[in-house]
Ligand binder design. Structure first.
Ligand SMILES: [Zn+2]
Length: 381
């Protein structure tokens, strides 16, 4: 089929796009700083930026003094509301969608549940949310969907166990159903891409992401680029050994990350200790109030998370570690145990690992998928 295309973000690729990209990622930013970052003369920057300003892609955004004598430097910025994108998170029984601007800031969000996992039905639900969100703005430039599963480069879902899907050409199906250029990618890669371009890692060369929720996710940015692999989506860090005395996971590992850190691991540990069913929030609340069994299980998870952070820090030397995912409230309740776990596996001379915790709101996954759609659009030649 013919791919749907939209006009490119920048009329010409090359140096002109590099200027626009610097402004998108770091704006408002002074002309002096752009020239320095890209190794351009002031004259070249003027020649490259003038058509971008004339096209309305960039705008003047005031002036900033650099603290030295001389003229303050003029600032450039993008207009975030000049383009709109949709980011979605596809789960086992629901789709979450968010409408964002050019910097992946969420404008509004929608969700819809489905009780039938047939791909055609799920695609119809996705198209319904997309149409609803698209009706809020003049046009949507691109749509991104994050899926917790194994995908190929064409956005085909090779396997997504929670949807019981194998070999579903999701990208093509959604693009046909919505008429919006679509990109489907692994949800963890998308989450990491957002942090890299617009989030806590936006000015960093190297950082790691760990997510807690139904699974345990790991993402890495090194040399200023998200590290990807055909294996992204298997959830490799899930079986990382953390507690030699922990519970056994379905794959037979004792005390692996999934067996102690997932929401279901904490819920089932606390429920079986108390002899009644509790949910994740109640398990954390009981631990917070000092209920001994809940406290023990949550602290074991916290220590495990600390050891995982230490392993990531020891092996990949990140400038920061971003913790996210819908289970991230564990960090609030088990902070002391986490610190204990980190220090047990770090050399005392090693610097403290700066930890940034996101809100754990589910729309963060949507923002990630939108970031992938934005990247695909602005980097398209
Ligand atoms: Zn395991």
């Amino acid at each position: 089929m013919v791919r749907i295309t939209t006009p490119p973000w920048v009329p010409e690729a090359g140096a002109s796009r590099s200027v626009a990209l610097e402004v998108l990622l770091h704006g408002p930013i002074s002309r002096t700083e752009i020239a320095r970052r890209l190794g351009l003369s002031a004259g070249s920057l003027t020649r490259l930026s003038t058509p971008l300003l004339e096209a309305g892609l960039l705008v003047e955004a005031g002036e900033r003094g650099d603290g030295r004598a001389g003229r303050p430097s003029r600032l450039l910025d993008v207009v975030p509301a000049s383009r709109h994108f949709i980011g979605m998170k596809l789960m086992g029984d629901q789709v979450l969608g968010a409408l964002t601007d050019l910097r992946a800031d969420v404008i509004t969000s929608r969700s819809a549940r489905f009780d039938n996992q047939e791909p055609a039905h799920v695609v119809a639900v996705i198209a319904g949310i997309a149409a609803d969100l698209a009706s809020q703005v003049p046009s949507v430039t691109a749509l991104g969907i994050g899926v917790g599963g194994l995908l190929d480069a064409s956005g085909r879902v090779i396997s997504a166990p929670f949807l019981e899907w194998a070999d579903v050409p999701l990208e093509t199906l959604v693009e046909s159903a919505t008429g919006i250029p679509t990109v489907v990618c692994n949800d963890l890669v998308a989450f990491t891409a957002y942090e890299h371009w617009f989030g806590a890692g936006r000015d960093l060369e190297r950082f790691a992401v760990l997510t807690l929720g139904a699974g345990v996710g790991y993402g890495l940015v090194a040399n200023g680029a998200v590290v990807t692999s055909p294996d992204a989506g298997i959830g490799l860090v899930g079986h990382w050994p953390l507690d030699p005395f922990g519970p056994v996971c379905p794959a037979g590992h004792r005390g692996c990350a999934r067996s102690i850190l997932t929401q279901s691991a904490i819920v089932s540990g606390v429920s079986s200790a108390l002899g009644r069913t509790v949910d994740y929030d109640e398990a954390l609340a009981l631990a917070d109030h000092g209920e001994p069994a809940a406290r023990r299980i949550v602290d074991d998870a916290g220590r495990g998370l600390g050891r995982l952070i230490a392993a990531v820090a020891n092996l990949t030397m990140p400038q920061i570690v971003v913790l996210g995912g819908e289970g991230v409230r564990l960090v609030e309740v088990a902070r002391l145990a986490i610190d204990e776990g980190i220090s047990s596996d770090r050399d005392p001379r090693a610097r403290l690992v700066p930890i940034v915790t996101t809100t754990g709101d589910n729309t963060e996954w949507c923002r990630g998928a939108a970031a992938i759609a934005i990247q695909t659009h602005v980097l398209a030649s």
